[in-house]
Design a protein around this ligand. Sequence first.
Ligand SMILES: [Cu+2]
Length: 182
Amino acid sequence: MSSPIRSPDGNWWDNPLASTEKKWLGASIITAVILFGWMFGWMHIGDQNPTGRTYTTSSAQYRKQVAAYKEKATRTEQGLRPAGRDVYIAGLQFGFDGLPVVLEAGREYRVHLGSYDVQHGFSVRDEDDLIQQFNLQMLPGYEWVVPMTFDDPGTYRVVCNEFCGLGHSGMQGKFVVVEGGS
Ligand SMILES: [Cu+2]
């Protein structure tokens, strides 16, 4: 009787491959090769690739850009109101420079994401509906410009979802989205 823990009798390792086994091996090799090739197709077809553009920068350079942006923005009780469509946000241990920011619903902004020190996460979620959320990354040395439009007014929480040090769990900010034109 065959058993999963005892070797089968005889010289079983010398048996030739059964034809069904050969067919399945062949099918899996062909599938693997097709999937490998499809990686290159995937880069050009479909919406799964990151949106926006990424630029190389340095932490010092990005710090200057954020400072210049904040200089022009208006300070309100709820947060910064950007002067134009560009919004700068930087991750740092342990917070988000540039948040909270007040944006208008229905208006497209160019949100610039970067980091002053290490890699941080940028997870944005509707305060009342945690299902609606997205996750991006903030990387030192890169400035990622992401087009972003909030459809509905409300408060959107931002948390870091990339462990970045001891204060990581308190790293948060928010978008305050107000009615357009207000
Ligand atoms: Cu973090």
